[in-house]
Design a protein around this ligand. Structure first.
Ligand code: COA
Length: 382
């Protein structure tokens, strides 16, 4: 995982909008969140998380077959954030694309990578959830700007003869709720001929109907976890931990009541990061592992929900191949060398394209002069 260093507390927020630490903590459970610096973007946060994931998995970037970045705050519509990260990593064998399913994006992306591995098409995939939500907040709307933060988390998935990994997944969407939560951008509708120019101030800022989203979230969490458990042939009693999307402590508490389980079956770290959208589940997963809440062969579940509307649950039998089981002795230095090579390769390619363009701009003039001289030689003035 990778989160920015800058912390924005509830008290800091109360200097920006009419709110208080007491209100935010009691309504959401959030105490503080991280804010990206001017130099940080979704891709740079995602890159750091990716490099750490490759280190934990002890594989080289060139071994990756696929990179998926789940995000709602990409650098561009295209090129994808995944392509930027692919080039910075030097993952020259990997396909790369972004996946847009809002706060459910990470679970969707893990399922896509899992299916690609299960068919035998690919062996190793890197799945990243990365967001710079604070860039798309309306800082005058106290109903939304208090909820979100920035960060990234990443996992490596790989084919394994050992039974386990992702056992089941339930991905759902209900686009009739598309008006409840979103980040409008300048898209095909706005750019259609004869349309008046879009209100750029409204564009790229998040809007949300908090109450409706709250009701939707509490309904789908329990429902979809039970569906995923059914598909895996398990019951809620088999789960040792649920890693939910970190939106609001009251949503998690309501879901726990609905499932008739103790609240502490759900891992919670939203108090320190707020809602980091597609990054929240992988960040929570990393901290759950660090805190010893997940052990080999545990059955755990992920559940995400958010804009679309979308939601997704997944049951996983936890197991990670240990680096010492590997035949190749991979090391940090080789990864560092690949990152350095990728960095300079990118720079040199861009530079050589710039030089080529410059030459092309000069050459036509030279060509014209040359032709003119030949015509003068031939006394051809027609
Ligand atoms: N500080 C202080 N007061 C606030 C406030 C804030 N940041 N935001 C709203 N209020 C006020 C409202 O203006 C309202 O005042 P009023 O009664 O005088 O009109 C009052 O608090 C209650 O507002 P309400 O919107 O009913 O609060 P709520 O208990 O529903 O909590 C949310 C609001 C946004 C925290 C809650 O609806 C929520 O968390 N929804 C889910 C959002 C979410 O998780 N989205 C992401 C999903 S991926």
């Amino acid at each position: 995982m990778s989160v920015p260093d800058t912390v924005l507390t509830n008290d800091d927020l109360s200097a920006i909008v009419d709110t208080s630490d007491e209100w935010i903590r009691s309504r959401t459970g959030i105490r503080e969140r991280r804010i990206a610096s001017d130099k940080e973007t979704t891709a740079t946060l995602g890159l750091k998380a990716a490099q750490r994931a490759l280190e934990v998995a002890d594989i080289l970037p060139v071994e990756l077959d696929m990179i998926i970045v789940a995000t709602s705050t990409p650098e561009n519509i295209f090129p994808s954030t995944a392509s930027l990260i692919q080039s910075w990593l030097g993952a020259n064998k990997a396909g790369a694309f972004d996946l847009s399913a809002a706060c459910s994006g990470f679970v969707y992306a893990v399922d896509m990578a899992t299916q690609a591995i299960r068919t035998g098409r690919i062996q190793k995939a890197l799945v990243i959830g990365s967001e710079t939500m604070t860039r798309v907040l309306d800082w005058s709307d106290r109903g939304t700007c208090i909820l979100f933060g920035d960060g990234a988390g990443a996992v490596v998935l790989e084919a394994s003869p050992v039974e386990g990994g992702v056992l089941s997944a339930v991905l759902r969407s209900d686009g009739s709720g598309s008006d409840l939560l979103g980040i409008p951008t300048v898209g095909s509708y706005d750019m259609a001929p004869n349309e008046t120019l879009p209100d750029v101030h409204r564009m790229s800022k998040m809007h949300m109907n908090g109450g409706e989203v709250f009701k939707f979230a509490t309904r789908v969490i329990g429902e979809s976890i039970n569906q995923a458990l059914d598909l895996a042939g398990l019951t809620i009693k088999d789960l040792s931990l649920i890693v939910p999307h970190q939106a609001n402590l009251r949503i998690i508490a309501a879901a726990a009541r609905g499932l008739k389980v103790e609240e502490n079956l759900f891992f919670v770290n939203l108090d320190r990061y707020g809602n980091t959208s597609a990054a929240s589940i992988p960040i929570a997963l990393v901290e759950a592992i660090q805190q010893g809440r997940i052990k080999e062969n545990d059955h755990i579940a992920f559940v995400g929900f958010g804009g679309g509307l979308t939601w997704a649950s997944m049951v996983v039998k936890w197991g990670a191949p240990k680096p010492e089981d590997r035949t190749k002795a991979l090391n940090r230095q080789r990864r560092e060398a690949i990152y350095a090579f990728a960095f300079w390769r990118g720079r040199l390619l861009r530079l050589s394209r710039q030089i080529n363009n410059l030459i092309k701009r000069i050459r036509p003039e030279q060509g014209r002069m040359e032709r003119l001289r030949r015509r003068v030689d031939r006394q051809d003035f027609k």
